[in-house]
Design a protein around this ligand. Structure first.
Ligand SMILES: O=C(O)CCC(=O)C(=O)O
Ligand SMILES: [Fe+2]
Length: 498
């Protein structure tokens, strides 16, 4: 039911809905002492607490303020919640988030939403101006958001040139607790201005208004909602002012790439499923790849090699280290030198000239330079050397909470590459858990294709300059899955790296 259609509503309710509502900021927030203490604390970047309201100003990791008991009327809050629950909500789902969002609330004119907007414009905006001394104008964006089980909004900074203050007004059920997830997590930043780790988690509380200054380092996230019963309902948005000059975003150094190396022929044939060594099969595969630009090769390794490899990769926990920063990625990696011996051999195979030849033959891409060497070079055990074709290999582990994000400053974003991902584990993986690799065209929301983990499966995707990839956040459903994690040995191959 929408509020423009009141015919399905019973008579008293209809009257109530049609009646204009008024809401007020709790009077305690208008006291001169509170305002002066908060303004001083905000300006000097120090802490201040108001005992009568429980409101607090914090300076770290970036300035933020919490105002509990924000609106003074419990009935109004109930009615506002009811109005918000009746709005049409759109699914928002990409690399960064999964939740539901309403239209911009300035287009909604139901009584409570209108009254809330009036409070923001008429009472909160001047109050914020007094506290922060920011040169705010009248522009306020606001949306309603719903986060249900497994929804999240990963680490981001909210920056957009005219945004000065971000706000969230929480309308969660009174019983919301830490176990329900959905905290607003704040990150500190390192010396490069990149987010480091969570230093504060704000539990949403009904009728609490939280705001923070938007800066290049105001990194925050909505942690995954873990309750299956409750919805994290909120109104959030931004107060605006004149454009702020922002520093150039930090670009990570490119990850070095290496030329192909040698491998003993025997080793190569010991590992690879003989099916894929057959010239005929390679030709079929190439035809498919040339029309689809992607392939998934099942049972890529001989069974016994795969079993040996998967056991070794899953056995040792000490070798894994976390790879961030959280505004770009969150998963575990294992350095080449720390890999178990059997995995080092496999990584060597992926970097080998024999592999370059096999991939060239399967994809039609020029991953080696020797004109005399062709697909049969592999079958014949030729040791042709590639001179300019290069690759990059990484051993990765993905589990609950892991993800990668698309970002503007990716030094590898514009590269043409053959992406190879070899999956270890991930039996009966369900896309509902996330963890699939999604390929999208730059600037577009629609997915071009996605690849899901499967044991002993090798995925090949040709990534042109306009293609970006991310791994979808692995959510709490995975904890109920047969295998709650998977590893990959991932490689990118470059045709003419310079
Ligand atoms: O809902 C929250 O706590 C934060 C929302 C947020 O960060 C955003 O919408 O950009
Ligand atoms: Fe945000």
């Amino acid at each position: 039911m929408s509020f423009t259609d009141l015919t399905e509503v019973d008579e008293p309710r209809r009257k109530a809905l049609k009646t204009a509502k008024v809401a007020n900021l709790d009077k305690a927030y208008a006291t001169a002492a509170l305002k002066s203490n908060f303004a001083t604390a905000f300006l000097s970047k120090s802490r201040s607490k108001d005992d009568s309201t429980g409101a607090e100003v914090y300076a770290s990791p970036f300035r933020h303020v919490s105002l509990p008991g924000f609106i003074d009327d419990a009935d109004f809050i109930d009615d506002l919640i009811a109005e918000l629950q009746s709005l049409d909500m759109q699914d928002k789902n990409n690399d960064l988030y999964k939740f539901k969002q309403s239209v911009e609330l300035k287009h909604v004119n139901t009584p409570c939403i209108k009254a809330f907007r009036n409070v923001l414009q008429g009472q909160v905006l001047p109050w914020l101006h007094d506290i922060t001394a920011f040169p705010l104008n009248n522009k306020i964006d606001m949306f309603c958001s719903n986060y249900d089980y497994t929804d999240t909004l990963l680490c981001h900074d909210d920056e957009l040139e005219e945004r000065h203050i971000a706000f969230i007004y929480y309308l969660v059920p009174a019983s919301w607790s830490k176990e329900d997830g959905g905290t607003l997590d704040l990150f500190d930043a390192d010396d490069k201005g990149q987010p480091n780790s969570i230093v504060k988690s704000i539990l949403p509380v009904q009728n609490q208004f939280v705001f923070f200054e938007v800066t290049p380092a105001s990194f925050h996230q909505v942690s995954e909602v873990l309750t299956e019963e409750k919805t994290r309902l909120a109104i959030s948005g931004w107060f605006h002012g004149p454009p702020i000059a922002r520093p150039q975003p930090y670009t990570e150094p490119a990850i070095p790439i290496s030329s192909c190396g040698g491998i003993e022929e025997m080793v190569f044939f010991d590992w690879i499923n003989p099916v894929y060594i057959s010239q005929e099969i390679q030709n079929d595969i190439r035809e498919r790849f040339e029309s689809e630009s992607e392939l998934e090769l099942s049972d890529f390794l001989k069974d016994e090699k795969y079993e040996e490899l998967v056991a070794a990769m899953q056995s040792d926990d000490r070798a894994w280290t976390h790879r961030g920063p959280p505004n770009k990625r969150n998963y575990d990696v294992c350095k080449a030198e720390n890999l178990p011996a059997v995995a080092q051999t496999f990584a060597q195979i992926l970097r080998s000239d024999a592999m370059f030849l096999l991939l060239s033959s399967m994809t039609g891409l020029q991953l080696h330079d020797n004109p005399a060497a062709d697909a049969e070079g592999v079958a014949n055990g030729s040791d042709a050397k590639g001179d300019t074709a290069k690759c990059r290999v990484e051993a990765q582990r993905f589990q609950h909470g892991s993800y990668t994000l698309l970002h503007d400053t990716d030094p590898h974003a514009g590269e043409m590459a053959l992406d190879l991902v070899f999956f270890l584990g991930g039996a009966e993986w369900s896309m509902d858990c996330g963890g699939y690799i999604s390929y999208v065209a730059k600037g577009e929301d629609d997915e071009l294709l996605s690849v899901s983990p499967a044991p002993n499966s090798l995925a090949l995707v040709y990534k042109d300059r306009e293609t970006l990839r991310f791994t979808k956040h692995i959510n709490h459903r995975v904890t109920k899955a047969k295998e709650p994690q998977y590893c990959t040995i991932a490689a990118s191959y470059y045709e003419n790296a310079d």
